[in-house]
Each structure stands twice: as structure tokens, then as C-alpha cells.
Design a protein around this ligand. Structure first.
Ligand SMILES: [Zn+2]
Length: 61
């Protein structure tokens, strides 16, 4: 079902082979849960250490 991969650095969900934020190809297919960040100033984003809005994995192995 999930064709997306998660960036191992920022946990952003990526459909291609490179994370648009980190420019890394260090991606993992082994991730769980989706965290949708609409506002990077929100408490959730701060707690998760997320700086940009987007879709993120909750856990990346
Ligand atoms: Zn990244």
C-alpha cells in the first residue's frame, strides 16, 4: 500500500528517491504512522523537531 519512503534524517515522507528537504537518498521503507504537519509553529511540530509543513513518518527504522 505504502509506496512512500521516509527520510532517515527528518522523517519526511518522500515519493521519489531523494528527500527534498535534506537532499539525501538515505530513505527507509520501514516506517510507521503518518504525522501531518500543517503548521510548523505548532506544538506537535516543535515536539517532533519538524521545521517545515508536510507529511512525516512517526517512526523510521
Ligand atoms: Zn529529510
Amino acid at each position: 500500500m505504502a509506496t512512500e519512503k521516509a527520510c532517515k534524517i527528518c522523517r519526511r515522507l518522500v515519493t521519489g528517491n531523494t528527500c527534498p528537504a535534506c537532499k539525501t537518498s538515505d530513505l527507509s521503507k520501514n516506517w510507521k504512522g503518518i504525522l501531518v504537519i500543517l503548521d510548523s509553529d505548532s506544538e506537535i511540530a516543535k515536539k517532533a523537531g519538524i521545521l517545515a509543513p508536510g507529511r512525516y513518518a512517526v517512526k523510521v527504522k
